[in-house]
Structure formats: C-alpha cells, structure tokens
Design a protein around this ligand. Structure first.
Ligand SMILES: Nc1ncnc2c1ncn2[C@@H]1O[C@H](COP(=O)(O)OP(=O)(O)OP(=O)(O)O)[C@@H](O)[C@H]1O
Ligand SMILES: [Mg+2]
Length: 290
C-alpha cells in the first residue's frame, strides 16, 4: 500500500494539473481540525484557489454546521448509488465546494476495503474541479484515516499544546511514517498563547520523531487561542467571515498563504487543467497486485 501511495504521490506531485489532496488528522479529538480546515478553505478560495473540502469524518461529520450550510444529500447517497459525487457538492463561502459526510451513520465509519475503494473511485470527478482538496477526518487512526493519509500529497497533523494531544499526535506520525516513510507530514499547533509556545510544541514533536523515527515533520503553522472561534461556531458562521480581523483569522491568513506557496508553487494552476483522475489512479494502484 505504501509503495503504491508513493508512486501516486510522485505522479501527482510532478504536475500542477491535478488537485493536491491534503489530509488533516489528529490523534486526540477536538483539537480544531474542522475549524482550521473550513476557515483555511474559505481563505484560500479568497486567494483565487479552487478549493474542495471532503468531510471524511464518517462518524461525526459536522463541517456543515461550521460552514452554516445544510446538506440534503451526502456520502451515504453516493455509497448507495443514488447520487454521483458531483451531485452532492454544496457551494460554500467564496465558492468553496463542500462534500458532506454522513453524520451519525456508523456504517460509513466502518467501510470495508471494497466499499472504501468504491467511494475513493467516485471522488475521481472532483480532482478536475479543484486545485486543492482538503480532507477532514475523524479523531484517531481508523483505516479510513490511514488510507486517506497514505494516498494524499501530505498529511497535516493538528495538535494543541496539551500533553495528551501531543502524545496522540506523535502516535499518529509514528504510524503513518511507519507505513510510508516518504509521505510529507506537517504539523499545525492550535490554541497556543504565543508563537514561542507553538515552536516549543513543534520542537518536542520533532525531537521525539528524530530520536525514534529518524524523521523530521515540518511546522506548517499555528493558531492562537481565540474566543472568536467558539463565538463564531455558536453562530454557525466561519470565524474568518465573522471576525476577519481576529488573531485567529490573521493566523489562518498566514497558514493559507503558506499552504498555497507550498502546494501550488506555480499559482497559475487551474487554468490549463486536463480532467485527469487522481482518484482513479489511486483506485487502479490499490487494485494492482503487489
Ligand atoms: N484556536 C482556538 N481557540 C479557541 N477555541 C478553539 C480553537 N480552535 C478550536 N476551538 C474550539 O474547539 C472546539 C473543537 O474544534 P473542532 O470541532 O474544529 O475540532 P476537531 O478537531 O475537528 O474535533 P473532532 O475531532 O471532534 O472532529 C470547537 O468548539 C472550537 O470552538
Ligand atoms: Mg472535526
């Protein structure tokens, strides 16, 4: 699986014609993944990037609430063959494309290999429509999370300074790196009181990864603890729209600019796009005998 994922990443990495797929995950739940993804997506879209968000938190999907949209159809309808993936896309702020998961549908949280492959194949249609696809996942390390992480351009591990969150972040890094040593892993530290604290948290993760895995995750960015975030969540409004001048919104601005620079270095991306399928490549690679 790791070799196939690496081949895939290389194929995709060489070209700007394919959407860059970035999976966000954490060990511990509630560290801010969904808030960071939704607000980063809106900010990136404001910078002219075509962004899709895929809600793969198949147990407790709630991005629709954070985005203030309501989803009539979701991935369960795709799984059952009633809808195509393109039928369930909901346009969000700044024209982001939101693909809703399926809250509370535990069947989707426990897909078998065949079902997961079917779902992944149905995502093929998305990649010609977006420059970047941000994938939100549930907490912890299910097969769904691992599969997406390994097939993505990069994994972003979100943590807070809490020791439990850091330990779980390390466990996630260790598992993913153990499966595929070539996947780029980036760290976002959320709910910090200062940049210095973010750097300390990153350094401790880096130190332990270096010592035990001989591996260096990269620091992608950080967000301050900001009461505007829970306030916006209560209103079902993305905080970058509700409080654009808040410290959290400014931090997301920096994070988004860095993501754009890192993953879309030649930012003319999107103009000369050939509809070619990242996900069908993934599909065929996964199904090729090892
Ligand atoms: N930087 C921050 N400052 C203050 N509160 C925050 C911050 N980031 C997130 N929160 C709060 O933390 C809670 C969890 O955030 P969120 O739902 O984005 O986490 P999650 O990692 O997606 O959770 P889950 O693992 O359950 O999917 C939210 O109620 C949000 O208001
Ligand atoms: Mg979430």
């Amino acid at each position: 699986m790791a070799d196939q994922a690496a081949t895939l990443r290389n194929l995709v990495g060489q070209s700007n014609r394919y959407a860059k797929v970035i999976t966000f995950a954490s060990g511990k739940g509630g560290v801010g993944k969904s808030n960071i993804i939704s607000n980063t997506a809106i900010t990136l879209a404001g910078m002219g990037v075509r962004v899709a968000i895929l809600d793969m938190d198949l147990g407790l999907a709630n991005l629709d609430i954070l985005l203030g949209v309501s989803a009539r159809f979701n991935l369960t309808h795709v799984m059952s063959g009633q809808k195509k993936i393109t039928d369930i896309i909901i346009p969000g702020p700044n024209d982001i494309m939101f693909i809703p998961g399926a809250s509370g549908v535990s069947r989707l949280a426990n897909l078998n290999e065949e079902e997961r492959t079917f779902l992944i194949r149905s995502f093929a249609d998305l990649e010609s429509m977006a420059d970047i696809i941000l994938v939100d996942t549930g907490a912890g390390l299910s097969d769904n999370v691992l599969q997406f992480a390994l097939s993505s351009q990069a994994l972003v591990v979100v943590t807070t300074p809490e020791p439990t969150a850091r330990m779980d972040a390390y466990a996630l890094i260790k598992t993913v790196h153990g499966k595929d040593g070539n996947i780029p892993i980036h760290v976002v530290v959320n709910e910090v009181t200062s940049e210095a604290e973010a750097r300390r948290v990153y350094s401790s993760l880096n130190e332990v990864s270096r010592k035990h895995l001989s591996f260096k995750p990269e620091l992608l960015g950080f967000l301050p603890c900001d009461p505007k975030i829970p306030a916006a969540v209560k209103m079902r409004r993305p905080f970058v729209l509700e409080s654009p001048r808040s410290p959290a919104s400014k931090a997301v601005g920096v994070l988004s600019a860095d993501i754009k620079k890192l993953f879309l270095p030649n930012s003319g991306a999107g103009k000369d796009r050939v509809p070619k399928s990242f996900f069908s490549r993934l599909f065929s690679l996964l199904n090729r005998p090892a």
